[in-house]
Design a protein around this ligand. Structure first.
Ligand code: G
Ligand code: G
Ligand code: MN
Ligand code: NA
Length: 254
């Protein structure tokens, strides 16, 4: 496969980078942190989406290298931003895919970047989906417990797209729940406020913070504010940013 060969070379040719999408506090609309999103600028094809190349990386084993790159790059930027703002509570969350949990020595790699960049461990978060942890619940539970000991944050990504109950998912030590975009984009179900209310209330009762993803309307924004949902990540606030744009946004809010 040509794309596979190209991806192998992408590292050497510096074609990979991270974009950072702000995660804002719903009460003040200030930036609390960012989700790190991989970007690949292919020399001929232009931008290739991670939904296209992450699966290739997973089937070829390149996911280990890709995962290490994302972790290292995210940690480096985060430490710059902590120094720049004197605010060590700013966080960056990095997506972890299922193959990474099996193949990558995630514990060692996370320890390395936390100590290399002297990060408060809770400022680095990992995002894992429900289907990922449910693929291998025993092993996931063990790994997540060890990551928790290191002190990094653990977010349950895409919540609501699978079939597990939140009660069951609480076997895993998540501290943050990200409500999937499908609840908030192009969704006009009249029951939606009730569903969002029950998700946020249950999450809070279980001690989780909540990020609502993909809010499109002012009315949903107000609804989530009323529910005391802590954070939003949406094009309504900001698209994913380059490193320079993210730095500037942080400076502007100081
Ligand atoms: O930003 P974008 O729409 O292109 O992201 C598409 C998908 O790729 C999202 O589901 C996101 O979780 C995933 N993704 C983005 N960056 C990473 C990464 O560094 N690692 C993994 N495993 N997935 C990522
Ligand atoms: O699967 P995951 O939640 O990691 O995917 C994150 C993806 O969602 C990123 O690619 C990001 O660009 C995208 N995203 C974030 N906010 C919005 C939004 O408001 N609208 C749309 N269409 N996509 C969004
Ligand atoms: Mn995510
Ligand atoms: Na999501």
């Amino acid at each position: 496969l040509q794309l596979e060969a190209d991806l192998r070379r992408a590292f050497e040719r510096n074609e990979l980078s991270l974009a950072f999408q702000p995660i804002v506090r719903l009460d003040t609309e200030s930036i609390a942190g960012f989700e790190a999103l991989l970007r690949w600028e292919h020399p001929r094809r232009g931008a290739v989406s991670p939904s296209e190349f992450v699966p290739i990386a997973e089937s070829t084993g390149l996911i280990v290298q890709l995962g290490q790159f994302a972790l290292e790059e995210a940690a480096k930027r985060l430490s710059d931003w902590h120094l720049m703002t004197s605010d060590p509570t700013i966080f960056v969350s990095v997506n972890i895919s299922s193959r990474q949990l099996i193949r990558q020595d995630l514990i060692a790699d996370v320890r390395t970047v936390v100590s290399r960049y002297r990060l408060p461990p809770e400022s680095l978060k990992l995002e894992l989906t429900e289907s990922l942890v449910m693929d291998n619940p025993e092993r996931s539970a063990q790994l997540l417990a060890r990551l928790r000991e290191i002190g990094v944050g653990l977010s349950l990504d895409d919540f609501g797209t699978g079939y597990s109950s939140l009660a069951y998912l609480m076997r895993f030590p998540f501290d943050t729940l990200k409500i999937d975009q499908s609840f908030l984009r192009n969704n006009t179900q009249p029951q939606r406020p009730i569903i969002l209310n029950s998700i946020v209330t249950m999450a809070h009762d279980l001690g989780l913070k909540v990020v609502a993803e993909g809010i499109e309307s002012e009315s949903d924004l107000n609804l989530l504010r009323q529910l005391n949902c802590e954070f939003a990540q949406s094009f309504l606030f900001s698209q994913p940013l380059t490193v320079d744009q993210a730095r500037k946004m942080l400076l502007d809010q100081m």
